[in-house]
Design a protein. Sequence first.
Length: 260
Amino acid sequence: MQESTWIESRGYKILSILEYDKDENKGKNLVVLIHGFVGTKIEPHRMYKKLSERLSKIGYSVVRFDFVGSGDSEGDFKNMTISGEIEDGINVIEYYKKEFNTEKLYILGFSMGGCVASILASKVNSDGLVLWSPVSNPFWNFYNLLSHDEFLKGIKGNDIDYLGDVVGKDFFNELLYINPLEYAKNYKNPVLIIQGSGDCDVLPINSYCYNMVFPNSSVHIIENADHCYSSSAFEKELLNYSVDYFLKNKDKQKCIEAYN
């Protein structure tokens, strides 16, 4: 089952979708999916939708939403910043926690959404975290992603065009000061990091940095996979490892409940 909701954040309305299997599971064990740079709540080849369907079948409630200025949400992408997306994430999570009295909260982030998710996990004290091809250092990652000239144009206070989206100067102004690794070192709950070895957009060194800093993390490398896991084989491995993480945590929770 799916339910759509409009949630207030920063003076705009965010469109959020909650997917769950049975009413008795609704909101109890919540997984919040954080999309990436110029992404949406679906992500390439419907990765987030497919993951939501699989997780709902094993008893999780899954939230997919568009940040302000992205997808179906209100706002202008030109005003997008990482700090703004963190605020959106907090507002969405707090909405569902109050709505359902959530017992367990997990966060999953892809690409720049991995950077946002890593900071969110500490701020909202999530019970676990999954990162797909996560950005660990926004400043040098966007230098790598954008052309040399466009990046310099941005950090000099100009808007730039990226594949038809206008990236505003406020995004560049804070890049140097966003450091998810500072949050990661104090996050003690289990973290799964998945990375494609052939990723040229967000280089594998990002995942290794996270793995070194998170106290309780593991990293799985998908050989030859690009940034968006653009083959059915890459996607299958990505989703299977992700679902396995949530299955293990659910089984662990059942064992704890059985002995209490």
